[in-house]
Design a protein around this ligand. Structure first.
Ligand SMILES: Cc1ncc(COP(=O)(O)O)c(C=O)c1O
Length: 388
């Protein structure tokens, strides 16, 4: 057997943010296997959608094959088309920006706030004031007249920006807000769940997220028509229940029943996982308080984050990455800023001080799976302290 080169086995590694399968996942997945309901429809998909709606407070949830496909569908549903622009932060996982590119639109990348690491709303406001105008009720970029259709705030690491301000700007400039809340299941702004504040939101259930279905995503909306169309588009746009009649170009973006079954088991555990992430954040903050120049992400006063991925900012980034990984404690740098990737290098990047680059060169994510033990966290913290 030939193994693909990028196949990595983590069996002896303390994972950054690994899955915690400790409830009814086996039972529900076995039920799918026993009954043969393993594919693209089944009761667990409906149940998983309902549980997500109940947990987040969204009126409707539509399950998808991934967070990326959820974002893609949200953009299509909001009429984002080729040659349009969508505003997004320069620090995010590439999937946010890829989803914009899938529609043929281009991203406008805004630098991030050096304290919260979310899109810098001051810069966003300046950009909208200086570089755009409203033409027949549509926001356009002054320099080329192309339409700006949406803003995609990304709740980076489960933290959030001042959403009131963002929504105010969106309203003023006639922009739709699609929340990339893929990392923010269990995060709140003024008591409202991430993904339910903008016009549409998304979750991801990739293996490293707070809960997982192996791979999967969710679209959140309060609009019944959008929800119906999201279901239609993600299931090949079939318009007849018997005949193969399709009324537009649809997508095979549905979540399979086996994955949803795992998701139902995980949703039952989610409240416990959110609590544990909070405990993990407090533990590391206590252990690493005053150690060298280590800083944590600042949290806006109205935000209650899920603390999805514990990340430190420090000048000793390289040393920490080296020592932790050598000791089988998985640690990672921040994403390469989007403007530094060749595919997006020609897109607009609005920045005054390039905080994205500074964060990229100083951030380290450390092990924080929900099933990490206090002893394991202490060992990680001690290794970091040794460096200082
Ligand atoms: C910010 C962000 N956006 C989008 C995605 C895409 O989600 P998925 O991997 O489920 O496609 C992820 C995570 O993987 C993410 O972290």
């Amino acid at each position: 057997m030939i193994l693909l080169k990028n196949t990595i086995y983590f069996s002896s590694m303390l994972l950054l943010s690994g899955p915690n399968i400790s409830g009814n996942e086996w039972k529900y997945m076995k039920d799918c296997l026993d009954t043969g309901w393993v594919s693209s429809v089944g009761g667990y998909v409906d149940k998983f959608e309902l549980m997500n709606a109940e947990f987040s407070g969204a009126k409707y949830c539509v399950a998808t094959s991934s967070g990326t496909t959820a974002l893609h569908i949200c953009l299509i549903l909001n009429n984002v088309q080729a040659n349009d622009y969508v505003i997004a932060p320069n620090i995010t996982f590439i999937a946010s920006i890829n989803s914009i590119k899938y529609t043929g639109a281009d991203p406008i990348l805004i630098d991030v706030d050096p304290a919260t690491w979310q899109m810098d709303l001051q810069l966003l406001e300046e950009f909208l004031q200086e570089e755009t105008r409203i033409d027949e009720n549509v926001c356009v970029l002054k320099k080329d007249g192309r339409k700006i259709k949406a803003i995609m705030p990304v709740h980076v690491l489960g933290n959030m920006c001042d959403m009131d301000k963002l929504m105010m700007l969106a309203e003023k400039y006639k922009l739709v807000v699609i929340e990339d809340s893929t990392e923010a299941l269990g995060s709140y702004y003024k008591g409202k769940h991430a993904g339910t504040i903008g016009h549409m939101g998304t979750f991801s259930f990739n293996g490293n997220k707070i809960i997982t279905t192996g791979g999967g995503g969710m679209i959140l909306t309060d609009d019944p028509a959008l929800a119906k169309r999201a279901k239609h588009l993600t299931t090949q746009a079939k318009s007849d229940s018997f005949e193969y009649i399709h009324d537009e170009i649809g997508y095979n973006y549905r979540l399979v029943n086996t994955a949803a079954a795992m998701g139902v088991g995980q949703m039952e555990l989610l409240p416990k996982f959110v609590l544990r992430k909070h405990e993990i954040a407090s533990f590391y903050q206590d252990q690493l308080a005053g150690v060298g120049d280590i800083e944590f992400q600042k949290i806006h006063k109205d935000v209650n984050p899920n603390w999805w991925l514990i990340t430190l900012k420090t000048s000793r980034q390289n040393a920490i990455l080296k020592i932790l990984n050598e000791n089988k404690m998985q640690s990672r740098p921040f994403w390469v800023p989007m403007n530094k990737l060749t595919m997006f290098a020609n897109n607009i990047y609005y920045s005054k001080k390039d905080h994205s680059q500074e964060l990229y060169q100083s951030c380290v994510s450390i092990p924080c799976s929900t099933n990490i033990t206090n002893n394991q966290m202490e060992a990680v913290a001690n290794k970091i302290k040794e460096i200082f």
